[in-house]
Design a protein around this ligand. Sequence first.
Ligand code: 8DG
Ligand code: MG
Length: 151
Amino acid sequence: MEHNKGDLTPEPRVAVVVFLLKGRSVLLGRRRASVGNATFALPGGHLEFGESFEECAAREVKEETGLEIRNAEFLTVTNNVMLDQPKKCHYVTIFMRVIVGVDAPKEEQEPQNLEPHKCDGWDWYEWDHLPQPLFGPLEKMVKGGYDPFSS
Ligand code: 8DG
Ligand code: MG
């Protein structure tokens, strides 16, 4: 199929999201967005042109929570086709990990809700008692038994 320049042809996008792990807890925020509204999700966003996954992870976490991370580690990638959303979308989602206290930030640093129009607020949730509902791509991993602590 041919498409003219300027056509609103949907295309898959690349997202980078981060498991910030502290003890047995993970940092989640409830989304305010057209995709996954009111669901609990990881900090993260779109990979920008020229960025490495690590750079994108650090930038998004800083923009959204104020936390400074380094050495984010690649965990896995999933393919997320979300056609049931108010805004249909398709993301190739890169999951990164940061262990708090090891890869920074320091344990005493607390997340701030720097984009309150996009998130209700950040909090630490025990992996064994995750809040509901989770954002689809995260829920899919949890249901599949994925464990970000042991990878
Ligand atoms: P940006 O424009 O500032 O780069 O992005 P954003 O406004 O922070 O985008 P986002 O919606 O937070 O993240 C981009 C996409 O990443 C989101 O629409 C779908 C995909 N994504 C997942 N899983 C997760 C997740 O757990 N958290 C976040 N934030 N995004 C996720 O597939
Ligand atoms: Mg985001």
